[in-house]
Structures are given as C-alpha cells and as structure tokens.
Design a binder for this molecule. Structure first.
Ligand SMILES: CCCCCCCC/C=C\CCCCCCCC(=O)N[C@@H](COP(=O)(O)O)[C@H](O)/C=C/CCCCCCCCCCCCC
Length: 264
C-alpha cells in the first residue's frame, strides 16, 4: 500500500480492487458495443505520450489556463489557452486510471480537430471562439440542421467541449463545498446528470455512471490534483472557479446569440 503526503492511503492501493472490477466490466461493455475506434486509439496514445512527458503537473496550472483564456478585455475566449486547459484536464483524467480513457479519448479527438484548424492556413480565423464563429458562419462552414458537408466544424466541436465544461463547473462547485465524508462519485454523477448527460444516449450515460463508481475518494483525488493540503485545494478552487464560470458564460452567450446551442 502507498501512503500519500497527508498520510492517507493512495487510490492506487485502496480502490484498486473495486477499480479493477469496474474497469473489467466497463472494458467488456465497451468491447461489446465496439465503442473503441482503432484510428482514434493510435492518435490517443501519441497524445498520451506527449502529455505524460510533462512533469510537475498541478491542476492549479490547468485552471490558470482558463484565466488566460479571457485575455485582457475579458471579452474574447482565446483558443490556444482554451485547448491548453482541456489538454491539462485530459492529463488529469488519464492519471485517474485507464478506465477513464474512454472519456478522455473523445475529448482528445475534439482537441485534435481544433488544433488542426489552428495549424491550418486559416489559423488566424481560429484565434478566439468569437473569430471562429464569425468566420465559419460567414463562410457557411457549419452544418446547422444535420451533419453532412461539415461534420467537424469548429463551432460544433467546441460546443461539445463547452457542454463538458459545464459539467466540470458543477463538479468543482460541489468539490469546493464538500466535506471529508463527501463521495466524489456522487458529486460527479450529480454534476453529470445536471449537465452533459442530457446530450448523451442511454449507453454512454450508463457507461459513464459505471466509470464514476471507480473514482478515487476525496483525499486521494486531492492528492492527484497536486495542489497541496485540503485547505490549499479549497483556496485554489475558490480563486480559479470564477474564471471557469466566466469562460462558460461568455461562450454560452456567444452560441446563444448565433443560435448555435443545438448544433447536430
Ligand atoms: C478537480 C477535478 C478536475 C476534474 C478533471 C476532469 C477532467 C475532465 C477531462 C475530460 C472530461 C471529458 C470530457 C468529455 C467530453 C465529452 C464531449 C461529448 O459530450 N462527447 C459526446 C458527443 O460527441 P459527438 O458524438 O457528438 O461528437 C460523445 O458521444 C461522448 C463520448 C464519451 C463521453 C463520456 C461521458 C463524459 C463524462 C464526463 C465526466 C468526466 C468524469 C471525470 C471525473 C473526474
């Protein structure tokens, strides 16, 4: 068994049996449903190598990206910081165990689509979410009714991440007001049910709910965050959460203003 900095038992040891059982069940379910995509797996593993190479990971730095997203005038949401924030979240997610890679795989695929735009000849059009919306709409690059000519538009892809950001906001809000007895799986499930689950089919909802049962307990979770003591985690969340909320609100308003909240 591994002892953590605060003298607790690391999630790797305390929850490993439950986690292995749930993982096994989930893997079988995913295999049966053929949710895995070999092409995606390849790009996912190279992404993992890239993110694993970064040492001294701290969730504090990840959330700082959402602050940097807002630029100087708090009006535009800057794409590179937005994607950087997501990459950090994925890294955090992957450090929770392989059971969560089915979740991060989709986020990785979407980050890669957006990085593709940022590395294209139209890179400057994707400098912020606002410039992306203006450009794609004017150039008719968004499928508004059903996915056809532009199945992976930037607007659609960011919308999926934006909905997931709402889940993150609700989850962190719960974590912020939690006590030592609070269960991360319950907080996560409730946040999911109030947000992302509304956009997911039954099978994804069920699989996600099973995966949440394998979440480490609150102490172990705080250790993975690598921010410090529980008090320091709480202080960091109090400081960072307004920026996550601001990014969410600005994006929500942008999408509402252009009727983009239901993109297929
Ligand atoms: C201190 C707390 C920090 C928490 C850090 C959390 C890290 C979060 C990292 C990644 C979150 C995953 C985001 C998933 C994006 C999902 C986007 C989406 O809805 N995609 C679906 C629709 O896409 P299209 O088919 O229309 O292209 C896609 O079908 C869904 C795929 C699987 C998603 C599985 C459920 C996601 C649950 C999110 C909760 C994560 C729980 C993490 C617990 C820490």
């Amino acid at each position: 068994m591994t002892r953590t900095a605060r003298g607790g038992i690391s999630r790797r040891s305390s929850s490993s049996k439950t986690s292995q059982c749930v993982e096994c069940l989930l893997q079988r379910l995913l295999c049966k449903l053929q949710v895995t995509d070999p092409n995606l797996s390849r790009s996912h593993s190279s992404f993992l190598k890239m993110t694993e190479a970064v040492e001294n990971f701290s969730l504090k730095d990840v959330l700082a990206d959402f602050k940097s997203c807002l630029g100087n005038d708090n009006q535009a949401v800057l794409m590179d910081y937005y994607l950087s924030g997501w990459k950090g979240l994925v890294k955090f997610m992957n450090s929770l165990g392989t059971i969560f890679t089915f979740v991060s795989k989709d986020a990785v695929a979407k980050i890669q689509i957006m990085e593709g735009y940022r590395n294209s000849a139209e890179s400057d059009k994707y400098i912020s979410l606002q410039s992306m919306v203006a450009y794609e709409l004017a150039a008719k690059l968004v499928d508004l009714e059903k996915r056809s000519d532009h199945p992976n538009s930037g607007c659609r892809t960011i919308l999926r991440l934006h909905r997931a950001l709402r889940w993150l906001q609700l989850f962190l809000d719960r974590l912020k007001t939690s006590t030592a007895e609070s269960k991360t799986s319950t907080m996560c499930t409730n946040a999911y049910n109030e947000s992302l689950s509304n956009y997911h089919p039954w099978i994804i909802r069920k699989t996600a709910t099973v995966a949440f049962c394998a979440l480490p307990n609150r102490d172990a979770f705080f250790d993975v965050m690598n921010v410090g003591t529980s008090d320091e985690v709480m202080a960091m969340l109090n400081e960072a959460m307004p920026y996550v909320a601001e990014v969410y609100e600005i994006t929500q308003q942008l999408y509402a203003q252009h009727n983009l909240l239901d993109l297929p």
